[in-house]
Write a protein that binds this ligand. Structure first.
Ligand code: MRU
Length: 371
């Protein structure tokens, strides 16, 4: 996507230095910092500490992690261990395991084709790097298509409102920073804006790490889309007063039966949307479906993160980034990072293959081959 006239992605491979470069998302919006990932440990740290975050981007970063593992591993057993460590870096987004396994299986095919170890090693690195960059391209293209399909929903609302502003609401950051290009939830917003539809986006701040206030607001602002940052608890009130036409969120893992894990607080937005008869859509590429699970609430692993993310708030004070303590110093905090919205509260999915209802049979209509 363009930032100040320059094309930029949240991750890329730098051929000169043979390192993986990422935008350090902890520093946005006030500082733009690029970090280098040169080892598997760098990748794991970047994923755990949320230098990179968002399901598709975590997957692509893990995929480049497999490339770095081929560079630094001496045996196949080492490589497998490194891949297992990569997959354990964050538990909820299924894209991580999906992408790591996809690159690993291509690498393992090479070891079968080249019995000579030194040749196999060289070829493995090339194959892993190409496979990781292919996943990045695939996710970018999937998001572009999600934008095309989601645009139809916004066009319909715009027609019904006779061209009046279409008010969208989103939670967390499911934008290009989380997904290589376009984003998932934001792709239809960008497409609508490009098509000349008058859109305005309510951006949930998304405590505790404020991915909405820091990242979604920054992305939308850079592209010129009108938006307003709101507290996480404001959505219900706005919906009751007819100020939201459509909710679109992303997801970190969605079961084949339609249950959706996404950033903590998504479930409450879905409940409020249902109560107010407002369509609640989830935008996702197929890499975010977990076809092995049927009951999202019971089965999707929910990440618990450091309570200090709740206790301290980061911001800028006179050009200096500072972290300040909010609750009493001895009050305990607990930090569930995701929740699960049951399929019954989801109006539909916007995928790269089109739109479907949040029901197993309709999801299968779009992805009949999935296992
Ligand atoms: O903890 P994060 O910032 O990685 O959580 C991100 C989200 O919850 C996004 O909504 C989700 O990954 C979808 S990104 C297209």
């Amino acid at each position: 996507m363009k930032v100040d006239e320059k094309d930029i992605r949240p991750i890329w491979f730098d051929d000169m230095s043979e390192t993986v470069k990422v935008i350090d998302q902890r520093m946005l919006p006030h500082e733009f910092v690029v970090a280098d990932l040169s080892t598997v440990d760098d990748v794991i740290r970047a994923i755990k500490e949320m230098v990179v975050r968002g399901a598709p981007l975590i997957g692509v970063t893990g995929a480049y992690g497999v490339y770095l593992a081929t560079v630094h591993s001496e045996t196949e057993a080492d490589l497998m261990d490194e891949c297992n460590r990569l997959k354990a870096a964050r538990p909820t987004a299924v894209n991580l395991a999906w992408a790591v396994d996809r690159v690993l299986s291509e690498v393992l095919n090479v070891t079968l084709e080249f019995p000579e170890p030194s040749e196999a090693l060289k070829e493995s690195m090339t194959v892993a790097r190409k496979a990781a960059s292919a996943i990045a391209e695939l996710e970018a293209e999937n998001c572009r298509k999600i934008g095309e399909h989601g645009l139809e929903l916004i066009q319909e609302i715009s027609r019904e409102k006779r061209g009046e502003t279409v008010n969208l609401l989103t939670h967390c950051n499911a934008g290009w920073l989380a997904c290589i290009e376009y984003g998932t939830a934001t792709a239809p917003m960008y497409a609508a804006y490009e098509a000349g539809i008058d859109v305005h986006v309510w951006v949930d701040e998304t405590r505790p790490l404020n991915q909405g206030a820091r990242l979604t607001a920054w992305e939308l602002g850079k592209c010129g889309i009108r938006h307003t940052v709101i507290t996480d608890n404001a959505g219900g009130h706005l919906m009751q007063h007819g100020m939201v036409d459509l909710v679109i969120v992303g997801t970190d893992r969605t079961t084949g039966t339609g249950d959706v894990a996404n950033k903590i607080g998504t479930y409450l937005k879905a409940l409020a949307a249902k109560d107010n008869h407002i369509p609640f859509y989830v935008a996702l590429p197929s890499s975010t479906f977990d076809w092995t699970l049927r009951d999202g609430v019971a089965e999707i692993p929910i990440e618990k993160r450091d309570p200090d993310e709740i206790r301290y708030v980061q911001g800028v004070d006179q050009d200096t980034t500072r972290s300040v303590l909010v609750p009493p110093v001895d009050s305990p905090a607990t930090n569930y990072a995701f929740d699960v919205t049951p399929a019954r509260l989801v109006t539909g999915f916007i995928t790269e293959r089109g739109i479907c209802r949040a029901e197993e049979a309709d999801i299968r209509r779009l992805f009949p081959e999935a296992r």
